[in-house]
Structure formats: C-alpha cells, structure tokens
Design a protein around this ligand. Structure first.
Ligand code: DGP
Length: 153
C-alpha cells in the first residue's frame, strides 16, 4: 500500500479505540491512547495513537493531534525508563506499507533497548511465540502503568 488511499474504519487500532479488540492500556487522555504492542520487539514495546484524528500517517495528521501524540510518547518513554531501566529507547514511526507500516492509523513505536540485545520479535518472548500472551501483556502493563502515570512529560 502506497501513501495514497483513505482511512479505513476497521483497522485494528480503530477497533481498539472502539473497544472491539483486547488492549492493555498504559496511558489514556482525551487525545491519545498508549498500549502494549501485541508483537513486541523488546520488553515494554509500546504504541501511542491519536484518539481524535483519522490520519493514516504523519502526512495526514493535524498538528495539534500530532503534538498530543508526541507529548504522550515522551510521557511513555519517561515512564518506561523508570520502570524497566533500559539502556536506550528506540522510537519509530512508519508511513506507507513499503516502509513496513501494517496498521494504517498513525502510531509511534517506543521500544526499550538493552546493550547487546538486538531489536527483534523474538528478543523478549519465547522463540516461536510472535504474539505475546494476553496474560503476560496484562501483567507487564500493570507493572509499568504507575510509572507512566507518575512521569512528567
Ligand atoms: P507498523 O508495522 O508500524 O504498522 O506496526 C504495527 C504494530 O501493531 C505491530 O508492531 C504489531 C501491532 N499490532 C497489530 N495488531 C495489534 C493488536 O491487535 N493489538 C496490539 N496491541 N498491537 C497490534
């Protein structure tokens, strides 16, 4: 899928916002939602989305909605740092299927990183288990959530 096209209301993040898919929320305010990625590339891999914008990518999002998303990205990054004590934080955002974007509702990835540990779907969860167990995500979200609530963006 190229950069052309229209927003589709049945993308998975729209369904999460509609409460139609399970979701392990880390932070929510009027404008944004942060939650754990179901295919984590590292422990604590989080996503931030806009609740108000029907933008597929950065070219389409209204600047105030983007500012709200990035403010939450900073909050989540700060909370993840305190909660998980990573050596670094990988922050990524893809635009268009040719870049690897697979969900066409703008989102920002925040992946805690540790020295010597490669980014990869198998780096945290067991080999063969691409999709995280819901129970593991629930436990991790409960562990991280207070640190994100306490973070000052
Ligand atoms: P991207 O490749 O940038 O479009 O990343 C989309 C991410 O969304 C990918 O890391 C996997 C994640 N994802 C896909 N479906 C779901 C879902 O149903 N729930 C959650 N929490 N994450 C999902």
């Amino acid at each position: 899928m190229s950069l052309d096209g229209v927003y589709e209301d049945n993308n998975v993040f729209a369904l999460i916002l509609q409460g139609k898919l399970p979701n392990h929320t880390l932070w929510e305010d009027d404008a944004t939602l942060a939650f754990l990625d179901v295919n984590p590339q590292g422990k604590g891999h989080s996503l931030v989305i806009s609740k108000t914008s029907r933008a597929r990518n950065i070219l389409e999002i209204e600047p105030p909605a983007l500012c709200a998303v990035m403010t939450t990205v900073k909050r989540v990054a700060t909370g993840l740092r305190t909660a998980l004590k990573p050596d670094g934080l990988h922050i990524a955002q893809f635009n268009g299927g040719d870049t690897g974007q697979s969900v066409f509702h703008l989102h920002v990835h925040i992946v805690p990183r540790w020295t010597g540990k490669n980014l990869g779907i198998l780096s945290y969860y067991e080999e063969g288990g691409r999709r995280a167990e819901q129970a593991d995500l629930a436990a991790l979200a409960a562990e991280i959530r207070p640190f994100i609530a306490a973070a000052k963006p």
